[in-house]
Design a protein around this ligand. Structure first.
Ligand SMILES: [Ca+2]
Length: 123
């Protein structure tokens, strides 16, 4: 698996897993989401500021899921994409039942603000 792909393991359980992708970047960002080894999934692209939403979906939790997320950016208007540098962070909320929020954040350049793309999984 390339270093710009993360697999998020979501156990079967209540409700849904919700996924949203936000951007804070001038360069085009691309987020590819592939659930459960499926070669087809979601591909979201966009640029913008202020946590601009480029894609969102939800999946039921009737079964254990492994959701692969690949994060890239383009410096040439979408002709070619390069792997972004990722950070992954998971927190549990104090609610009962607890929910899990996993955040993937990316850096596409040198300012190391790690907010160029932000993909959150909430379940
Ligand atoms: Ca940046």
């Amino acid at each position: 698996m390339a270093g710009n792909t993360v697999e998020i393991k979501v156990p079967a359980g209540r409700g849904q897993v919700r996924i949203e992708a936000l951007v804070n970047a001038q360069w085009l960002q691309r987020v590819t989401i592939k659930p459960d080894g499926n070669p087809y999934g979601y591909e979201w692209t966009g640029a913008g500021e202020g946590d601009a939403l480029i894609g969102a979906t939800a999946m039921d939790r009737s079964q254990d899921r492994v959701i692969a997320a690949t994060l890239e950016h383009s410096e040439d208007g979408g002709r070619t994409f390069k792997p972004s540098t990722l950070k992954v962070d998971t927190v549990q909320t104090p609610t009962r039942p607890a929910r899990t929020i996993t955040t993937i954040s990316t850096e596409d350049g040198r300012d190391t603000d790690f907010n160029d793309s932000i993909v959150q999984f909430v379940y």
